[in-house]
Ligand binder design. Structure first.
Ligand SMILES: Nc1ncnc2c1ncn2[C@@H]1O[C@H](COP(=O)(O)OP(=O)(O)O)[C@@H](O)[C@H]1O
Ligand SMILES: [Mg+2]
Length: 237
């Protein structure tokens, strides 16, 4: 799965952390690989310390072109290889940088699910709409090269202040043919997600605070394949 939006600061890295650590800690028989496509490597640098037999952070120059864009061929190749231990379900969590362009990211068509975090400001909503259009264009252009249907797109409303704000965001995206997730509310707990403090208190607090949300998100990931065909307009999950 990938967390992507052309806009920065919408929660891609935070949600990638929650999905990755959430799967590894709350679902038995899962293995998680985190691949950070941001050359700044905030996610991979901070999550490396959690590496164990169920959670890995992969850093590989071959995942990038010299320009810093994703190396689609190598990424697709990697997504096709399996862990040697097959009784476990393997998940690759991609975090992606701001400015990422679907047209240069054909590997997206090989993901099982694409999460597009968005917050409520006008700039975020416009960026999200634009990003979704570019994603749809990529999927229709790649139709002939895909084995099955395109991956489901799930918008993740983030940094929400109130139910009203959530409804407002949903209304402004109502024409978009994508799924709409549960709201993740604004909380200072998330501001400290990447802090490497003693005993990992900040991450532990975050995982605990957001447990119901993480449960929802990881269960959705586990059943991504059984989501019905893409909705014609925004569909509230
Ligand atoms: N629900 C939330 N409540 C409060 N702060 C949040 C929330 N989600 C993310 N943040 C904060 O917003 C900032 C941007 O989040 P980040 O995940 O780095 O975004 P991106 O990867 O899209 O640039 C970070 O400081 C992060 O801690
Ligand atoms: Mg980020």
């Amino acid at each position: 799965m990938i967390f992507a939006n052309s806009k920065g600061g919408v929660g891609k890295s935070t949600l990638a952390l929650m999905a990755g650590l959430g799967l590894a800690t709350q679902h038995p028989n899962t293995r998680v690989e985190l691949i950070d496509l941001d050359v700044q490597k905030t996610s991979s640098d901070s999550l490396k310390r959690f590496t164990n037999h169920r959670f890995q952070v992969l850093e590989n120059e071959d995942f990038f072109l010299n320009s810093g864009s994703p190396n689609n061929g190598n990424l697709i190749n990697h997504m096709g290889t399996d862990f040697p231990y097959n009784q476990d379900q393997k998940f690759i969590v991609f975090d992606s940088p701001a400015g990422n362009e679907p047209s240069r990211s054909t590997f997206l068509t090989h993901c099982d699910i694409v999460f597009v975090p968005s917050s409520v400001g006008d700039a975020d909503v416009f960026a999200t709409q634009k990003y979704l259009t570019a994603l749809q264009q990529l999927f229709s252009r790649q139709k002939g090269n895909m084995e099955g249907p395109p991956p489901p797109i799930v918008i993740l409303p983030n940094m929400i202040d109130s139910r009203d704000e959530f409804n407002e965001l949903r209304a402004s995206l109502s024409d978009v043919p994508a799924y709409f997730g549960k709201p993740l509310y604004y909380s200072p707990v998330f501001r400290r997600a990447f802090r490497d403090d003693e005993n990992d208190t900040s991450v532990a607090t975050l995982l605990k605070h957001a447990q119901p949300y993480i449960k929802w998100l990881t269960n959705l990931i586990l059943k991504a394949e059984s989501l019905p065909q893409p909705p014609g307009r925004l569909f509230q999950l």
